[in-house]
Ligand binder design. Structure first.
Ligand SMILES: Nc1ncnc2c1ncn2[C@@H]1O[C@H](COP(=O)(O)OP(=O)(O)OP(=O)(O)O)[C@@H](O)[C@H]1O
Length: 252
């Protein structure tokens, strides 16, 4: 393992991961790592296992077989409480639907993970994170007083307040118009470039995926392709080919 350290250190790794829901195999023999300070997009046809991959990598779902590691910790060795603590301290998660608490202000939402961890949030830290996402002047606003893009930026601030090893984002721009979506993508990209944050994002959108360093493509729960330095056009072409291939296979 020691030679894996350094530039290519993997923050999260999956080895031979399978996830079944009854008779449905949502993930099959997935072996994949996410290096520190990199931005990965996860793509694939509907039902190919993207969300399941994210949830399994984040310790929200336990794999049926195989191993998920966060740093050197094998999640399979952790109790439910251990897993909850690890998620709280080392993993950030952002959803398409923001999931902010409507009765709390932006800064109270951002401070929540620290409170849940029994830590007293420092106003300075909370304001610094809001500053990072460009919302220092909206700290006292409630979600209903913010635009969709601003709410998603609060959700990102809330996810990074604990300085997680990795930020998982499931369709973070799915509910946003294209301009605010671009702002959120630029924010994720700059967190990778300026803070060395590791980001893993599920998306259907080739333009969103082009902000990543690498795109991994799933088909029927398997890892079927990988693209470095993606362009929106190259990603769109690959997706069309994949969708055709999997539709043809499903019809056969
Ligand atoms: N909790 C669950 N119970 C039963 N089946 C599930 C569950 N979660 C996912 N599945 C099934 O696992 C497969 C993969 O689902 P998943 O949501 O990971 O795909 P996806 O690529 O994220 O899809 P989409 O792009 O449509 O969101 C699908 O066949 C889905 O129906």
């Amino acid at each position: 393992m020691t030679e894996a350290r350094g530039a290519a250190e993997e923050v999260v790794s999956l080895e031979g991961v399978q996830k079944r829901f009854g008779s449905v195999v949502a993930l099959d023999s997935v072996t994949l790592g996410f290096a520190r300070g990199t931005f990965t997009a996860v793509m694939g046809p509907s039902g190919s296992g993207k969300s399941t991959l994210l949830q399994t990598a984040a310790g929200l779902e336990r794999p049926t077989a195989g191993t998920v590691r966060v740093g050197d910790t094998d999640l399979g060795t952790l109790s439910e409480t251990g897993l909850t603590l690890l998620r709280r301290e080392r993993i950030g998660f952002v959803f398409q639907s923001f999931n902010l608490l409507s009765s709390l202000t932006a800064e109270q939402n951002v401070a929540l993970p620290l409170r849940l961890a029994g830590r007293k949030p420092s106003r300075k830290d909370v304001r610094a994170v809001l500053q990072t996402v460009g919302l220092a002047d909206r700290a006292r606003h409630r979600p209903a007083e913010l635009s969709g893009g601003q709410q998603q930026r609060v959700a990102i601030a809330r996810a990074i307040i604990t300085k997680p090893d990795v930020l998982f984002a499931d369709e973070p721009t799915g509910a946003l118009d294209s301009r605010t979506g671009r702002e959120v993508l630029a924010l994720l990209r700059s967190m990778v470039d300026t803070q060395g944050q590791t980001v893993v994002m599920v998306t259907h959108d080739p333009f969103a995926a082009s902000h990543a360093d690498r795109v991994v493509f799933l088909g029927d729960g398997r890892l079927v392709a990988e693209m470095k330095a993606p362009t929106a056009q190259a990603v769109a072409e690959r997706m069309t080919a994949l969708e055709t291939a999997f539709e043809t296979a499903a019809e056969a």
